[in-house]
Design a protein around this ligand. Structure first.
Ligand SMILES: N[C@@H](CCC(=O)N[C@@H](CS)C(=O)NCC(=O)O)C(=O)O
Length: 205
């Protein structure tokens, strides 16, 4: 049984829940009250010293970083559909996982944190910076999905779960890029049962 420390509005947590659901793995969610700064408590810092969700416990094994957790689950349960063994396809999965963390994530946080979660206290300059960055990134994503069903071919991988979780986050700020290929791909990923279950708490709110 996996223990996943999460927060329902965390895109990084939802991508892990989506895979756990899709793979039919047993897990328990531990809510970390980010809105009350519980991530700064000594008890939680002992689990993830970066004071972030998600973090996962598998017995005595402690893992932080959402994409590392996704890879761990795929390795452990041989989820080769979600994490292809073919080295060329896997390289493309890794490319999008890294792109998501190093390029897209910052823009999404700038926009959604400031336009949605901080409300009137949000930093307007950060929103503008995030929107400008997103405008540069959207054509890259569009090119990646316009001629195929998913980012790494005709079946979904953890790259789709990871990148799409950031688009779900952008939808909270009504900021999902409007390109046709992105729209079709995002609808396709959002229709995956595990993704729907992972998004249920925010869909209901
Ligand atoms: N690179 C990390 C990012 C995780 C992250 O940014 N988590 C946010 C919620 S979505 C968080 O816990 N923020 C609280 C904080 O930084 O104090 C991952 O992929 O797991």
């Amino acid at each position: 049984m996996y223990l996943l420390y999460h927060y329902p509005y965390s895109q990084h947590s939802r991508r892990v829940v989506a895979l756990l659901e899709e793979a039919g793995l047993e897990y328990e969610l531990r809510h970390v009250a980010l809105d009350q700064r519980e991530q700064m408590s000594p008890a939680y810092l002992a689990i993830n010293p970066n004071h972030q969700v998600p973090a996962m416990l598998d017995g005595s094994i402690k893992i932080f970083e959402s994409n590392a957790i996704l890879r761990y689950l795929c390795h452990k349960h041989r989820l080769s559909d979600w994490y292809p063994e073919d080295f060329a396809r896997r390289a493309i999965v890794e490319q999008w996982l890294d792109w998501n963390q190093t390029h897209l994530a910052g823009a999404v946080i700038d926009i959604v944190l400031n336009a949605v979660f901080l409300g009137p206290r949000g930093d307007r300059e950060a929103i503008a910076r995030g929107r400008a960055q997103l405008a540069e990134l959207a054509p890259i994503l569009e090119a990646g999905v316009k001629d195929q069903a998913f980012l790494c071919g005709e079946t979904p991988t953890i790259a789709d779960l990871s990148v799409a979780s950031n688009l779900t986050q952008l939808s909270l700020a009504d900021a999902v890029p409007q390109q046709a290929g992105i729209d079709t791909w995002f609808k396709r990923v959002s229709a995956i049962e595990g993704v729907k279950r992972a998004c249920a708490p925010i869909a209901q709110s």
